[in-house]
Design a protein. Structure first.
Length: 90
């Protein structure tokens, strides 16, 4: 039962991120700004939030060892993953 809850929590997390990205795009925020905001958010999460599941823990571990360039790339990949996943659902 724990695995189902973990999957649900990770899916909820991704849906929340998609809403944030989608809203930002609707109000005219460009992709570079969204990525910069995402990076700042990632820095905040790394320092202040304990991951809820293994997927978030992996992202946090990758974030903690990444260079600034790698963190930007990871942010862009997460945004791309979320957008692609959302488009395939609809």
């Amino acid at each position: 039962m724990e695995n189902i809850k973990t999957i649900e929590n990770f899916n909820k997390w991704k849906k929340t991120l998609h809403k944030i990205i989608n809203t930002s795009e609707k109000v005219g925020v460009n992709e570079e700004t969204i990525a910069n905001i995402g990076k700042k958010f990632g820095d905040f999460l790394e320092k202040n939030v304990d991951p809820e599941n293994r997927e978030q823990r992996l992202i946090k571990e990758l974030w903690s060892v990444g260079t600034e360039e790698e963190k930007k790339a990871l942010t862009n990949m997460l945004i791309k993953m979320i957008e692609t996943e959302h488009h395939s659902i609809h």
